[in-house]
Design a protein around this ligand. Structure first.
Ligand code: NAD
Ligand code: UDP
Length: 320
């Protein structure tokens, strides 16, 4: 027998109006859950979830997770945190507060209502890695006092808090370390490389490569990442992570620029700019743990993902 609307699993997504959060909310609704999106709209936008508003199983809460909140839920995906370097460096103290105080409040909530809570951690916990590709047992190479530290150290502390609430208070936790992810609904002005290059290419403006473009990243399409988040949340009870989620295909930034110019048939020229402080030189996930424990691996290849993302930005660019 079908469950009553309000008897369904209630899922809280913090950062639900952001890039990843909005795709996650959409998928959870498709799966039949009752979804509460909580956001302070710092980097998220209502337009990301506007199409979900008519769904009776969807609710929007304007709230900042640096303050406590009391609600009844069964699962919590903790995604609230600005993710692009220009956004998380805009107010670094607030970024750390969001990761640390926000995690304490969400873990406290999970403890009270006995919810399972998943933390959106990041490949940035590995810093500028000296081990390649990165496996979960690598402890990282992170600057504690640099411009990226508010994000990296905030996320590292959040992982520590998750494990301590688990050991001390038996909270059901899950930790995923997300590697660079891209797709529709990335913020056009957030400075991340895929959105920057696509917008620049569509406007036939210079493509801004930082450094020589020899640094690498591995890019995962958003639909694959969302699959991984849901698999982890509902995976084996004794598998709490941390687990890497990302696409292991490694790209040089200069090659990404050339691919985007080709796919958009752009006249843009490449322009070289100084490399920002502490910019990691190489990044590539080892996803053997996710393959083994969750039977997860990305399915959408880079060019297919880029074409879908370019389509999204074509409409947006005409409004910019
Ligand atoms: P995003 O900036 O689009 O989304 C973050 C959302 O959190 C936004 O809607 C923002 O308004 C909200 N938010 C920020 N601070 C908040 C606060 N104090 N209270 C309530 N809401 C707040 O970024 P995203 O790419 O969707 O990233 C989502 C999560 O995934 C982040 O935690 C990020 O660190 C993590 N992550 C993302 C990537 C990636 O490549 N996209 C990689 C690694 C980790
Ligand atoms: N980058 C670049 N040009 C841009 C934006 C970014 O060359 O216009 C580079 C950046 O220096 C980094 C890589 O692309 O080496 C990925 O940057 P992003 O901000 O997307 O993510 P992160 O550095 O956090 O992985």
């Amino acid at each position: 027998m079908a469950l009553n609307l309000y008897d369904r699993e209630r899922i809280l997504v913090t950062g639900g109006a952001g890039f990843l959060g909005s795709h996650l909310c959409e998928r959870l609704l498709e799966n039949g859950s009752y979804v509460l999106s909580l956001d302070n709209y710092f980097t998220g936008q209502k337009r990301n979830v506007f199409h979900l508003m008519e769904n009776k199983r969807f609710e929007l809460i304007r709230h900042d997770i640096v303050n406590p909140i009391f609600i009844e839920v069964d699962q919590i995906y903790n995604l609230a945190c600005p993710a692009s370097p220009i956004h998380y460096q805009y107010n670094p103290v607030k970024t750390i507060k969001t990761s640390v105080m926000g995690s304490i409040h969400m873990l406290g909530l999970a403890k009270r209502v006995k919810a399972t809570i998943l933390q959106a951690s990041t490949s940035e916990v590995y810093g500028d890695p000296t081990v390649h590709p990165q496996k979960e047992d690598y402890w990282g190479n992170v600057n504690t006092i640099g411009l990226r530290s508010c994000y990296d150290e905030g996320k590292r502390c959040a992982e520590t808090l998750f494990f301590d609430y688990h050991r001390q208070n038996h909270v059901d936790i899950k930790i995923v370390r997300i590697f660079n992810t891209f797709g529709p609904r990335m913020h056009p002005n957030d400075g991340r490389v895929v959105s920057n290059f696509i917008v620049q290419a569509l406007k036939n403006e210079p493509i801004t490569i930082f450094g020589k473009g020899e640094q690498t990243r591995s890019f995962c399409y958003v639909d694959d990442l969302v699959d991984g988040l849901i698999k982890m949340m509902n995976g084996p009870e004794d598998f709490i992570g941390p687990v890497n989620l990302g696409n292991p295909v490694e790209y040089k930034i200069v090659d990404l620029a050339k691919t985007i110019i080709r796919l958009t048939r752009s006249n843009s020229k490449i322009e070289f700019h100084p490399l920002p402080m502490d910019d990691p030189k190489r990044r590539q996930p080892d996803i053997s743990l996710a393959r083994e424990k969750l039977s997860w691996k990305p399915k959408i290849d880079m060019e297919e993902g880029l074409l879908r993302t370019i389509d999204y930005f074509k409409d947006l660019v005409s409004e910019l």
